[in-house]
Write a protein that binds this ligand. Structure first.
Ligand SMILES: Cc1cc2nc3c(=O)[nH]c(=O)nc-3n(C[C@H](O)[C@H](O)[C@H](O)COP(=O)(O)OP(=O)(O)OC[C@H]3O[C@@H](n4cnc5c(N)ncnc54)[C@H](O)[C@@H]3O)c2cc1C
Ligand code: HEM
Length: 493
C-alpha cells in the first residue's frame, strides 16, 4: 500500500494543532500515544512537534529497539521533492582483502596476469614520467638517444639498482591500489557537513582522554552489555556510590565528562531503563571497563530501589556514552556559572573535576548547588576538596533549604556551616554555605555576569531547571535550545 504523503507545511500544521507529529529521515510520525511512555520524557517530543526531528533523534544515539518502536508510529512520508538529504557520516567498510582480489572464487591465474601487467604498465609510466620531467628541466639535453647512451655507459650495479627500484615502486603502487579496492566508501565526502576541527592545542586534557579510549576495544555506545555491581558505598543520606564493571573485559565504558550511560534491569516482564552520569569518567581513565555512579535512591523508585537491593556481583545492563554535552574543550568560555539541584550534581561534578585538574584550562567556575540539607548533599567532601585545592578556579555555594536535627545534635548543620564558611573565607570564599532555597536573586548576585565570555549550565529536576532558566533569562541570557550544544550560552542537561 502507498504511504500517505505530507508536505512539511502539513506536518507543521499538525504540530501546531497539538498533535505531536514530526519528521525523522523523511518519514512522518505521530507520537501522541507514546508521549507518556517515551523514556526521554514527553517534553522533548513536544518541543520538536511539527518540525524535522532527524538530527535530534540521531544525536541521542537511540538504540535499535527505539528505532523499531519508532516505526509503529509512522503515518506517512514527506511529499516528493520536499525530502532533505540525510547527512550520514562517511563510512569506511573494509572488505576482506582476499575476497576483494578473487571476487569470491579463490585465486585465479587471470588475476596474477592482470597484476603483473599492471606492475609492468606502472613501471613504464614511471620511466616515461621521469623522462618527461628531465626534458622539461633540461630542454635540448635530454632525449631518448641521450638516455640510452647514459644507460649503456652505466655500470651493472647502477642498472640493477634503478631496475629494482622501479620494480619495487611499481609493485608497491600495485599493492596500494589493490588495498584501496578493499575499502568501500558508502557516502561521498561532499555529503558530509563541513566541520571545523578544534586545534589539538585547544582540546582538553589529552593524556587523560587518551587513556580512556582504546581503539582496539569495542565501546558500548549503542548496545546494552552486561555489567556487574562490584561495590556499593553510602556517600550521603539515601545516596550511594555504585561501582560497575563490564562482565566482558573487552567491553569498554569510555564516558567523557558530562555524558551519561543508561542502565537497564528486568522488573518482572518489563525492562526498566534509567540514565546515570558517572562521576569517575575521564579523570579515572585507566579504569576503562569500570565506572563509578553516584545515585540517589527513592523508596518508590523502581531503578534506584532495585539497585539498592542488588547484591555485589549482581548483573544488570549498561550502554553509553550518551547525551548532548559532547567535546568540552579549553577556551569554550572564560567563566562558567553552574547550577545543580540534588542528584543533578553528577554531570556537573564530572565536568568541574576535569576542568580544574587540567592545568592548561583557566576557566573560572562558580557552582551553586541546591540540596535539602548537608547530610543529603552528594559529593560534598569531593567538591570541598577541589574548591580548596583550586580556589582561583572553583568557588562553591551550597544552598540548604531545611535544617535537620539528627543524632549529631540540633545545631549540627549550623556548626558545619560556620566551620565551612570560615574555612571558605580562608580560601578567599571558595566554599560558602547559605541557609535557604536557591532563588533567582542569588543567581544575579553570585553567578558570573552575562557577557560573551560566560556560559551557564543547569542540571536538576524539570521544575528546578525551568525555575533556574527563568532566573538566567532575567539576567539577560539567551534561552536554552531544544537541541542543546555545549557552545550554547545556557545548556540544560
Ligand atoms: C541524563 C540523566 C542523567 C542522570 N544522572 C543521574 C545520576 O548520576 N544520579 C542519580 O541519582 N540520578 C540520575 N538521573 C536520574 C535517574 O535517571 C532516575 O530518574 C532516578 O534514579 C529515579 O529513577 P527510579 O527508577 O529510582 O525512580 P522512578 O521509578 O522513575 O520514580 C518513582 C518515584 O521516585 C521519586 N523520584 C524519582 N526521581 C526523583 C527526583 N529526581 N526527585 C525527587 N523524587 C524522585 C518520585 O517519588 C517518583 O514518583 C539522571 C537522569 C538523566 C535524565
Ligand atoms: C517515536 C519516536 C521515538 C521513540 C520510539 C523513542 C524511543 C526512545 C527510547 C526507547 C529511549 C530509551 C533509550 C533507547 O533505547 O534508545 C529514548 C530515549 C530518549 N529519547 Fe527518544 N524516541 C523517539 C523520539 C525522540 C526524539 C524525536 C527525541 C529528540 C527530540 C528523543 C530524545 C530522547 C532522549 C533525550 C532520550 C533519553 C536519552 C537518555 O536518557 O540517555 N526521542 N527514546
Amino acid at each position: 500500500m502507498d504511504q500517505q504523503s505530507f508536505s512539511r507545511e502539513d506536518v507543521a500544521a499538525l504540530g501546531s494543532a497539538n498533535e505531536v507529529c514530526f519528521v525523522v529521515h523523511n518519514k512522518v510520525y505521530n507520537v501522541q500515544a507514546y508521549l507518556n511512555d517515551h523514556p526521554g520524557g514527553a517534553k522533548i517530543l513536544r518541543e520538536v512537534a511539527g518540525a524535522d526531528a532527524t538530527a535530534a533523534f540521531e544525536d541521542v544515539g537511540h538504540s535499535d529497539d527505539a528505532r523499531e518502536v519508532l516505526e509503529k508510529f509512522c503515518i506517512g512520508k514527506v511529499t516528493e521533492g520536499e525530502e532533505v538529504l540525510i547527512k550520514e557520516r562517511s563510512k569506511f567498510v573494509s572488505k576482506p582483502l582476499m575476497t576483494a582480489m578473487s571476487n569470491g572464487s579463490g585465486w585465479k591465474p587471470v588475476w596474477i596476469v592482470i597484476s603483473i601487467s599492471q606492475s609492468f604498465a606502472t613501471t613504464m609510466l614511471m620511466i616515461a614520467s621521469a623522462l618527461l620531467a628531465a626534458r622539461i628541466m633540461w630542454p635540448g639535453q635530454v632525449s631518448l638517444s641521450s638516455l640510452s647512451m647514459a644507460i649503456s655507459s652505466m655500470s651493472g650495479f647502477w642498472k640493477g639498482t634503478i631496475l629494482s627500484m622501479s620494480g619495487s615502486g611499481a609493485l608497491f603502487l600495485s599493492i596500494v591500489y589493490q588495498f584501496s579496492k578493499t575499502i568501500v566508501m558508502t557516502k561521498g565526502f561532499r555529503a558530509y557537513p563541513p566541520v571545523m576541527r578544534v586545534s589539538k592545542a585547544l582540546v582538553g586534557p589529552t593524556k587523560q582522554v587518551a587513556a580512556t579510549i582504546d581503539p582496539k576495544k569495542p565501546t558500548v555506545a549503542s548496545a546494552f552489555v552486561p555489567v556487574q555491581l562490584v561495590n556499593r558505598t553510602q556517600i550521603a543520606a539515601n545516596s550511594y556510590n555504585f561501582t560497575i564493571r563490564t562482565v566482558d573485559p573487552d567491553h569498554t565504558l569510555c564516558v567523557p565528562a558530562g555524558q551519561h550511560v543508561q542502565l537497564r534491569i528486568k522488573n518482572g516482564s518489563e525492562s526498566i531503563v534509567r540514565s546515570y552520569t558517572p562521576v569517575s569518567s575521564v579523570v579515572d581513565g585507566r579504569k576503562t571497563n569500570t565506572l563509578e555512579l553516584a545515585i540517589k535512591t527513592y523508596a518508590r523508585g523502581v531503578m534506584s530501589s532495585s539497585l539498592l537491593a542488588l547484591p555485589t556481583g549482581g548483573v544488570l545492563e549498561c550502554r553509553g556514552p550518551l547525551g548532548y554535552y559532547k567535546n568540552y574543550h579549553r577556551f569554550l568560555c572564560e567563566k562558567l556559572g553552574v547550577i545543580a539541584g540534588g542528584s543533578g550534581i553528577t554531570p556537573i561534578y564530572a565536568l568541574i573535576k576535569s576542568v580544574v585538574i587540567d592545568e592548561n584550562d583557566s576557566t573560572a567556575i562558580t557552582l551553586l548547588y541546591a540540596e535539602s540539607d548537608q547530610d543529603s548533599t552528594m559529593l560534598l567532601a569531593e567538591l570541598n576538596d577541589l574548591a580548596r585545592r583550586f580556589p582561583k578556579k572553583l568557588s562553591v555555594h551550597y544552598f540548604w533549604s531545611t535544617v535537620v536535627a539528627n543524632d549529631k545534635g540540633p545545631d549540627h548543620q549550623a556548626r558545619a556551616m560556620t566551620e565551612m564558611n570560615d574555612q571558605g573565607c580562608q580560601q578567599k570564599g571558595s566554599v560558602n554555605v547559605h541557609q535557604g532555597r536557591l532563588t533567582t536573586e542569588n543567581l544575579q548576585q553570585l553567578l558570573p555576569p552575562v557577557e560573551a565570555a560566560s556560559k551557564y549550565l543547569v542540571c536538576g529536576s524539570d521544575g528546578f531547571a525551568s525555575h533556574m532558566v527563568r532566573g538566567l533569562t532575567m539576567m539577560g541570557t539567551s534561552k536554552p535550545k531544544s537541541v542543546p550544544h555545549p557552545t550554547d550560552q545556557v545548556f540544560v542537561f
